[in-house]
Design a binder for this molecule. Structure first.
Ligand SMILES: Cc1ncc(COP(=O)(O)O)c(C=O)c1O
Length: 440
């Protein structure tokens, strides 16, 4: 039970739960008050299996003891130092640690408080970089339909997600899109060929826009919105080559895919392609404290170094950027992932769960199971089932990402095989109930 003096229904009208109709939500609101490991509990004591790490966040599960210890230690020392007069020791340790686990020379690191902030910062960094590197005309960004890069204006302009975007038009100029590979797959008998075709669409846009005006391409290596869209490794190799030939920077938005989920620390390593910048967030603190980061090739960062009169410093800042408390959590999470080589566990238990999800095809409503490691999506052939699944899963105490056309799971990378058995049983039970509810 909640202990507020004002009735819950009244309070729910004074706020909103993201992307929900509050009248609908208020009829049977889920109000969480505790989490531990793979589970949430609501105010009525009901337990939920958190199959999506909150929302692709709790990679180590909730309240991991080593992360909690690191936070307690930091709490006694320093919880706030604005990144304006100084930088904290723990922020420097975090910057060093992040740079040590990223591929290539991606070790110019700026911590922020959330994914949208990191994406927004990357866009500004790229525009300023080109302005002071002899290519002031390069300002456009190319991304993908169905992609999601955040809720703020720049990140939203790069996103390609229906009403999350159209309700706020007009958007900023200079943001262009290509469709993701799933969009054209029915026109190709071969998935690899479809990926080659879709990767080359980036070149068509860049050439026709004039490469001298194109600053960067931004993609999620695996796209959540659209149903865990998982291109081939060759897709990324072609994209890398296109960007190199046209002097366009390549940004991987690894806010979902980072920190062990795909079988490597980052999806860039899973696909074997190194971008010029990365944005990371979500799993970086396993949900303990808001934290994200913009990461760039070290030599890109050098373009911002100079004497005061050169005026080349990055003209950008956020009050909570590099917050010491958040950096302590991030450090502890990365150390824990490294200590346990947890990306290997993600590959193992993710493969186990994936094989089980494939067996769900026997229910006749599944087109495809896709993803990497523990980041898995299941495409549904019947949207009524998809809509019902959101309700039946929650009723069964299961939290997943549900969309009419697909559902996604991303269990913690510390999960065991027994956890995956429990999860699969709940998924199947919820799916059967959804099929029944939709009367397929
Ligand atoms: C790929 C991707 N980029 C950026 C964001 C924005 O992150 P945040 O919600 O922390 O602002 C999200 C959030 O879901 C995301 O999935």
């Amino acid at each position: 039970m909640t202990t507020t003096a004002t009735p819950v229904e009244t309070l729910l009208k004074r706020t909103f739960v993201d992307f929900h109709q509050m009248e609908d939500f208020a009829q049977n609101p889920t109000i969480i008050n505790r989490a531990e490991g793979l589970y949430y509990w609501d105010v009525n004591g009901k337990r939920y299996f958190d199959a999506i790490g909150g929302i692709f966040v709790a990679v180590l599960g909730h309240k991991h003891p080593r992360v909690m210890d690191a936070l307690r230690r930091q709490l006694d020392r320093l919880t706030f130092a604005p990144p304006l007069h100084a930088i904290s020791d723990v922020a420097l340790e975090f910057i060093e640690k992040v740079g040590s686990v990223t591929p290539g020379a991606l070790n110019y690191v700026k911590p922020f408080s959330g994914g949208s902030e990191a994406v927004e910062s990357a866009f500004k960094f790229v525009r300023q970089y080109w302005k002071q590197s002899g290519h002031p005309g390069k300002y456009k960004f190319v991304s993908r339909y169905f992609g999601y890069h955040g809720a703020t204006f720049g990140a939203m302009a790069a996103s390609g997600t229906g009403t999350r975007k159209t309700k706020f038009e007009p958007h900023m100029a200079g943001f262009l899109k290509v469709p993701p590979p799933t969009y054209y797959r029915d026109r190709f008998s071969d998935w690899d060929e479809c990926n080659r075709f879709c990767a080359r669409l980036f070149e068509d846009v860049i050439v026709n826009e004039d490469p001298a005006t194109v600053a960067a391409v931004i993609v999620e290596p695996i796209g959540n919105t659209g149903g865990i869209i998982t291109p081939t490794a060759e897709y990324f190799r072609i994209l890398r080559d296109i960007c190199d030939r046209h002097n366009v920077l390549l940004i991987f938005d690894e806010i979902i895919t980072g920190f062990g989920k795909t079988g490597s620390m980052f999806a860039a390593q899973t696909f074997g392609v190194t971008p010029d910048l990365m944005t990371v967030g979500k799993g970086i603190s396993s949900g303990a404290v808001p934290l994200a980061a913009m990461i760039a090739r070290e030599d890109l960062g050098e373009a911002f170094l100079g004497r005061p009169e050169a005026d080349v410093q990055f003209m950008h800042g956020h009050t909570y950027a590099g917050n010491p408390f958040a950096c302590a959590a991030g450090l502890a999470v990365i150390e824990e992932i490294e200590r346990g080589r947890l990306w290997e566990n993600a590959e193992r238990v993710g493969g186990y769960l994936r094989a089980k999800l494939e067996t769900l095809k026997r229910h006749g409503v599944i087109r495809e199971v896709r993803g990497k490691g523990v980041l898995l999506g299941v495409e549904l052939t019947n949207h009524e089932v998809g809509k019902a699944l959101k309700r039946t899963a929650l009723a069964n105490g299961l939290i997943m990402r549900c969309d009419p056309g697909w559902f996604a799971v991303c269990p913690a990378i510390i999960s065991t095989q027994a956890d995956m058995d429990e999860l699969f049983e709940m998924i199947e039970k919820s799916l059967v109930a959804a099929i029944e509810a939709a009367r397929v």
